[in-house]
Write a protein of this length. Structure first.
Length: 80
């Protein structure tokens, strides 16, 4: 199982650019990082950086499971 690839693919299909930007901010907050450290690229590029470098496999797997469950229920995919 490729937790990073699966999560990036899921986000690419289900998240808008705005959602991707908000998710970077949430991941930065949860990991104690400054979201500016995700780079200066587009939101999806910044999201991939944060998913790859700021989360471990276990965290990525849990985030993907949480997002899939919320998607199934028609709820927002960005944690608040």
């Amino acid at each position: 199982m490729d937790s990073l690839g699966d999560l990036v693919a899921f986000c690419g299909v289900h998240l808008t650019e705005g959602d991707a930007a908000r998710l970077v901010g949430w991941i930065a907050w949860r990991t104690g990082r400054n979201q500016a450290l995700a780079g200066a690229g587009e939101p999806r590029e910044r999201l991939v950086h944060s998913l790859e470098h700021w989360l471990d496999d276990w965290q990525r797997t849990r985030l993907l499971g949480w997002m899939r469950a919320r998607s199934d229920r028609g709820e927002t995919l960005v944690p608040e």
